[in-house]
Design a protein around this ligand. Structure first.
Ligand code: GDU
Length: 358
């Protein structure tokens, strides 16, 4: 791409860029914002606070608004005409929830993204880093997937991510837009400095449920022991959220090199640890770091669930110079540390969505 980043400062470390983070009050977006801030860049946040937290944006420019609200996006882009790159992590993300509320998911993840990109193009903002998901891969033999593996969305949530990737690729093919889709595997952990972490009090993901079971002293429900994996439980690739945040930093700094002349205008990159971990292995790793072990009980498969996948291949290393550095035990320990801190920092969140809606 011909244009160079909109530079807000030049230091000995390189170019510093103002970055719009849509969904920057959420778990991943706020962690990305911290990693960019630590590296000297300037994140500005647009978030509707349906699931995000204002507390996660202290000390940085913040605008309350939805990415699907053209007026809010226009206001933001007029206020910050020097935005060089956009990180788009604004989405609803829970697989079972998406099965129950597909209309909400398509509206929030697909329709709103279309409006958002329309406004970005209108304002001449052409660098987009999109939060995609490993949930879009079709499960294959061995469960290891690279970016060329077949895609098959098994839930409305996954469909929204797949549709948006394809939509962005089509738009990029006929416009100056350049899109890097980062396909996250399963994020765990928290900012190692404990500034932010998972905001929800009652998480639905496996490690969150495991922590709740541990705290309540009840068995952890394993959703299905008949998956085609080595022990029958679902397999995932757990990647530390700080490693993900660092990948965004690398993506931002290498963006124009990735899209140098001749490259496709949409590029997808897997962000995983490269290691598959089954639910039963996750429980064993968890029990190795806690005082008293959690027992397990078998429960039915969840709607929309899949056997799972882990990241394979070298694209993240080649394009971003990135690989995951933090191991599963560190991710579990940081999740546990954040779980305690979250309560002191945020308190209970359950009424949040209703308050905002009402
Ligand atoms: O109480 C639980 C919760 C989960 N699981 C199992 O644990 C595995 C992982 O489930 P998660 O809910 O932790 O993760 P998912 O892969 O289903 O979904 C998450 O990871 C995806 C990426 O693959 C998307 O990012 C998505 O938004 C996010 O919810 C699955 O086999 C699931 O059946 C249990 O056994 N018990």
């Amino acid at each position: 791409m011909a244009a160079s980043p909109v530079v807000v400062a030049v230091t000995r470390g390189g170019l510093l860029v103002k970055v719009l983070i849509a969904g920057g009050a959420g778990f991943i977006g706020s962690t990305v914002a911290s990693a960019l801030t630590d590296a000297g860049h300037t994140p500005v946040v647009l978030d509707n606070l349906v699931t995000g937290r204002r507390e996660f944006c202290r000390g940085r420019a913040f605008q309350l608004g939805d990415i699907g609200d053209a007026d809010a996006v226009d206001r933001m882009l007029r206020r910050h005409p020097d935005i060089g790159v956009v990180v788009h992590c604004a989405a609803l993300i829970a697989v079972p929830d998406s099965v129950a509320r597909p209309v909400d998911y398509y509206r929030a993840n697909v329709s709103a993204t279309l409006e958002f990109v329309d406004r970005l193009l209108a304002h001449g903002v052409h660098r987009l880093i999109f939060s995609s998901s490993a949930a879009i891969y079709a499960p294959g033999a061995g469960l290891g997937v690279d970016e060329t593996s077949p895609l098959e969305a098994g839930s409305p949530y996954a469909q929204t991510k797949l549709v948006v990737e394809r939509m962005l690729a089509d738009i990029a093919a006929s416009s100056p837009l350049r899109v890097l889709s980062l396909r996250y595997f399963n994020p765990i952990g928290a900012d190692p400095a404990m500034r932010t972490g998972l905001q929800t009090a009652v998480p639905s993901h496996a490690l969150g449920r495991l922590m709740l079971a541990h705290r309540a002293g009840v068995p952890f429900a394993v959703n299905g022991l008949d998956w085609p994996t080595r022990d029958g439980s679902g397999l995932r690739d757990y990647v530390h959220v700080w490693d993900l945040a660092v990948a965004h930093l690398r993506a931002l700094e290498r963006f124009d090199d990735i899209f140098a002349v001749g490259a496709a205008p949409h590029v997808a990159v897997n962000l995983g640890s490269g290691t598959g971990t089954t639910v039963l292995e996750l429980v064993a790793a968890f029990n190795a770091v806690v005082d008293r072990p959690v027992l397990v009980r078998e429960a039915p498969r969840r709607p929309g669930d899949a056997a799972g996948a882990y990241a394979r291949g070298r694209r993240a290393r080649e394009l971003l110079g990135w690989r995951a550095r933090r191991d599963l035990a560190t991710g579990i320990a940081d999740s546990l540390a954040w779980h305690d801190r979250r309560e002191r920092l945020l308190g209970d969140l359950a009424p949040r969505r209703r308050q905002l809606a009402g």
